[in-house]
Design a protein around this ligand. Structure first.
Ligand code: BES
Ligand code: MN
Ligand code: ZN
Length: 492
């Protein structure tokens, strides 16, 4: 889809559909809506009187061949209460509009921004929302049912120059779609080695440095925790390391290490999961894919610090050689881990990933993982769980996430949680000896491998994919945290 700014008036723009939005108010006809009402000789006023146009969140009003307009359709989307309308809402609204019109065969659309959202930032959000809504899940359908793509979108009503903002939107949204597309792949089509190939292809296209380590090399690196998880599978593991070197490095600038869990399928291993809903565990590599997508975006946005992504990838399978409850693994850091539950595998592979990122010179760490069912209990599929070792660093990230329109919630990692992860016979055990707090005890386990570095852990188990479609997005991988991480990288 091509996206362009256009200075045409909403009345004269030629398009299959003109989109704008109304706030929920006694009289939603203000600003451009009043103008559109006059142009259509009071049609909108009639809809308001009939309570069909109220501005309620994601209400859609579609007029065909509105007299007085050049556009073939006018779509007014409800924006809800104005006080609650932030970037997340605008992005979703734009996406919902695109999906509504795409299924009706529109090819050329125009989105009219209105007060109080007429700056370059708003144009960026709209462009992101449109691009993210394009992705569909019909790749493996032999008959494609979803309407053909919208090829052209004009954004109207922007004050000032927003060309760069739209370029930025494209970089971020295409990186999110890249991640969502890979994350939606089933495990038979996306093994650790295939993921590594996809990462290599991305790195080549983006001008990033990449190293891929196979089983033998991982063994030579003494990553006993990653290897322990990989033992049960016939598919060999991979360690993917992608590096971005800034064109103008600043002396003394931080080096950011991004570590992501990429379990291409999590059966639970010998501590096997119940079969109901197990298919969802094909999404257990979303954290790793997230970090690769962030690299894809920053290769194009070129921030002035070095960034290293470390993505350990394996399947978690039962098998004749699989790790068993009670086994002890020696992690790369030298710390020993008693594996009491083979289904707590994410923290094992991340322990080696985090330690390795430190060895590569990271001064700050962020990890993302579909780590615990406990975070789903705590926050459902609404908020990302955010844990951190230094409050000011964690809060800076949370502020960026809020501005980016992604919901996240600060969770605790007190020392008491770490005490619950102490093993009587090894340095650590991989599940807690206490009750409850499963997301925090998992985070406390990870923290043991981060040294003294500022570190943030994102538990995306509840938010990395949607079980049900939304008006702005099909079911499947959501791409959550990518845009916050891209913005955050730039603030460092
Ligand atoms: N990949 C799962 C976590 C998960 C659960 C992700 C639900 C998405 C939805 C992880 O590897 C896991 O199995 N965690 C266990 C840990 C437990 C054994 C301590 C869990 O949360 O049940
Ligand atoms: Mn598991
Ligand atoms: Zn898992």
């Amino acid at each position: 889809m091509q996206i362009q700014l256009d200075s045409a008036s909403p009345l004269s723009i030629q398009a299959d559909a003109l989109i704008t939005f109304a706030f929920e108010k006694d009289d939603p006809l203000e600003g451009p809506l009043a103008e559109l009402d006059r142009a259509t000789s009071g049609r909108l006023r009639e809809l308001v009187a009939a309570h069909e146009l109220t501005g309620k969140w994601l209400e859609t009003v579609l007029l065909h061949y509105p007299a007085g307009l050049q556009a073939k359709r006018l779509l007014i989307v409800g924006a809800g209460k104005q006080e609650k309308f932030g970037n997340g809402e605008l992005r979703r609204l734009a996406g919902a509009a695109l999906r509504h019109l795409k299924s009706r065969g529109a090819k050329r659309i125009a989105f009219l921004l209105r007060e109080p959202r007429q700056d370059a930032g708003s144009a960026q959000i709209v462009a992101e929302g449109l691009l993210l809504a394009e992705l569909d899940l019909d790749k493996y359908k032999t008959e494609k049912k979803n309407g053909a793509a919208v090829d052209h979108a004009a954004i109207l009503g922007v004050a000032g120059d927003a060309a760069r903002a739209i370029e930025r939107a494209r970089i971020i949204a295409e990186s999110e779609n890249w991640a969502r597309d890979i994350s939606n792949e089933p495990s038979n089509r996306l093994t650790p080695s295939v993921l590594a190939e996809r990462a290599a292809e991305m790195a080549r296209e983006s001008g990033l440095e990449i190293a891929i380590y196979d089983e033998k090399q991982i063994e030579a690196m003494k990553m006993g925790a990653l290897l322990g998880v990989a033992r049960g599978s016939a598919e060999p593991p991979r360690l993917i390391v992608v590096t971005y070197n800034p064109p103008q490095p600043k002396p003394g600038a931080p080096v950011l290490g991004l570590v992501g869990k990429a379990i291409t399928f999590d059966t639970g291993g010998i501590s096997i999961k119940p079969s109901k809903g197990m298919d969802r565990m094909k999404y257990d590599m979303c954290g790793g894919v997230t970090m690769l997508a962030v690299m894809r975006a920053i290769a194009r946005l070129k921030p002035s610090l070095k960034v290293i992504a470390v993505v350990p990838s394996t399947e978690n399978m039962p098998g004749g050689r699989a790790v068993k409850p009670g086994d002890i693994l020696v992690s790369m850091s030298g710390k020993t881990i008693e594996v009491l539950n083979t289904d707590a595998e994410g923290r094992l592979i991340l322990s080696d990933g985090l330690y390795y990122a430190r060895q590569l010179g990271a001064t700050h760490l962020v990890d993302a993982a579909t780590l615990t069912g406990a975070i789903v209990v705590a926050l459902s599929n609404v908020n990302v769980g955010v844990f951190g070792s230094q409050d000011d660093f964690t809060r800076r990230f949370l502020d960026v996430a809020r501005a980016a329109g992604e919901k996240m919630w600060h969770m605790p990692v007190d020392d008491e949680y770490r005490d619950m992860m102490k093993s009587p016979i090894a340095d650590l055990q991989n599940i807690s000896s206490g009750d409850g707090g499963g997301a925090s005890t998992a985070a406390a386990f990870l923290k043991e491998f981060t040294g003294e570095l500022p570190w943030i852990h994102l538990d995306i188990a509840g938010t990395a994919w949607l079980d049900d479609p939304k008006p702005w997005m099909p079911k499947g991988a959501s791409g959550v945290t990518i845009r916050s991480l891209v913005d955050f990288t730039e603030t460092l």
